[in-house]
Design a protein around this ligand. Structure first.
Ligand SMILES: [Zn+2]
Length: 357
């Protein structure tokens, strides 16, 4: 920011003393101030920035009004400038629809206007409108993603209501994608939502989907993952997976063709042994009877972390946690698990692909 810009203290800055240390800001931007002679100047300066001030005005305030020496004044201002404590005056408009998200983007070191414009220009295709699709769709739409295509041929069932929270008892029997589109329209009428009640199960089905900035796959069919991956890599289309593996909430990898690893770069999930057809057939029989123990909170974990990574990717703030990684939260043990999904030069699917920006 230029020196003559008017700055204010970011609204997310709080100050507190714990164990004889003053803490400026909390969360990941927390700064510990051990030097007690800085405490008073720092807090007075933070208070001074309740109105727009230039750096020169702030230093003059400390030097003249507070009778603080030059080096202490400079050190105090420097501390406030670290950790995104100061933001441009008028950058925060509490009445703006996206104002709290704007603070989050600022906290992450990004320009809120830039992030919001990118989100508004984005189109996401969601394959699967179940537990994860419900929450990802509404999170992206209310954050200002400009367009969503909701793909699902299923109808709402009573057993869905434990986790597919945008559906009600009155929606049982209705198409999921259409109910979800209706609910999104009630929450952000500026989001352009299209519902596609089709079953996507092969390459032809994938080719029938509109072009987008991101495909988010949250469908039950495990065979679809590799198909979506090869389709997306061939089309230069970013995609990511979000699911649960029993009690583990899983998201990623976020695949950006030509830039990151893809699903086929490494073995990310178990499969049938190709060298033993008899055993493979028996395993297929056992697995055909599998029913996932789907749970509301585990769906929320996977969908919230997947949606945050999707917003990071689309909006250009922070770094998606699932770039080159397939992440999991073990809900019972509260353990974070990460499988490497780094690019392999020998990958049969993506080794020839270069990134087009
Ligand atoms: Zn690959």
């Amino acid at each position: 920011m230029p020196d003559d810009d008017l700055l204010v203290l970011a609204p997310y800055i709080r100050i507190g003393v714990q164990d004889r240390t003053l803490f400026l800001g909390f969360g990941s931007i927390r700064q510990a101030v051990l030097d007690r002679k800085l405490w008073h100047p720092l807090v007075r300066l933070a208070d001074h920035f309740r109105h727009g001030r230039t750096r020169a005005e702030a230093l003059s305030f400390l030097r003249v009004t507070c009778d603080v020496d030059e080096s202490t004044a400079q050190a105090s201002l420097l501390m406030l400038e670290h950790g995104h404590c100061l933001i441009p005056a008028r950058a925060y408009d509490p009445g703006d629809r996206y104002s709290r998200h704007s603070l989050f983007y600022t906290l992450s070191g990004a320009s809120p206007e830039h992030v919001q414009a990118r989100l508004e220009a984005s189109h996401v295709v969601l394959i699967g409108c179940g537990g994860i699709g419900n929450l990802v769709a509404v999170t992206l739409a209310t954050a200002g993603v400009g367009a969503l295509t909701l793909v699902d041929a299923d109808r709402v069932e009573t057993s869905n209501l434990t986790r597919q929270f945008l559906f009600t008892e009155a929606d049982v029997g209705s198409l999921k994608c259409e109910v979800l589109a209706r609910e999104i329209g009630r929450r952000n009428s500026e989001c352009r939502v299209r519902s596609l009640p089709v079953l996507v199960e092969d390459r032809a089905g994938l080719r029938g989907l509109p072009e987008s900035d991101l495909i988010l796959l949250s469908a039950d069919s495990s065979g679809l993952t590799r198909l979506v991956n090869s389709h997306s890599v061939a089309a230069g289309q970013p995609w990511m997976n979000a699911c649960y593996v029993n009690d583990v909430a899983v998201w990623g990898p976020l695949v950006v063709p030509g830039l990151t690893g893809c699903w086929d770069c490494r073995t990310l999930a178990a499969s049938a042994p190709e060298e033993d057809p008899e055993l493979a057939a028996l395993i297929a029989d056992v697995n055909a009877r599998y029913q996932a123990p789907s749970n509301g909170p585990v769906n929320m974990l996977a969908s919230s972390l997947a949606a945050l990574d999707a917003l990071r990717h689309l909006g250009g703030f922070g770094v998606p946690a699932s770039l080159n990684r397939r992440m999991g939260v073990w809900s019972h043990e509260l353990m974070l698990d990460g499988q490497s999904a780094q690019r392999a030069l020998s990958c049969p699917t993506c080794s020839h692909v270069t990134h087009e920006s």
